[in-house]
Design a protein around this ligand. Structure first.
Ligand SMILES: [Zn+2]
Length: 87
């Protein structure tokens, strides 16, 4: 059975390189490039800048290990890197 316990962890955000104000968030239903490591499509919460990042931000760090939201890992529409030519 599943069991829970409270923990102390750190939230890691990715500050937008373009406007330096907003934070990069995974685009719901967006593309995941099946490279190694994978890349998730993100969009800035402030200026709307697009970027593909190798973590699905925000990330939680607990005891030196990075954790990503299950919804971004369990269900995804993957595309192979060679299919990116048209972008
Ligand atoms: Zn931005």
């Amino acid at each position: 059975m599943r069991k829970t316990k409270p923990i102390q962890a750190e939230l890691i955000e990715f500050l937008c390189d373009e406007c330096k104000r907003g934070y990069m968030r995974v685009v719901q239903g967006g593309r995941v490039i099946h490279s190694n490591p994978k890349q998730w499509q993100h969009q800035c919460s402030s200026c709307g800048e697009d970027a593909y990042l190798t973590f699905a931000y925000p990330v939680i760090n607990y005891k030196g290990e990075d954790f990503m939201l299950a919804k971004h890992v369990r269900f995804q529409t993957e595309i192979m890197p060679m299919q990116m030519k048209d972008d």
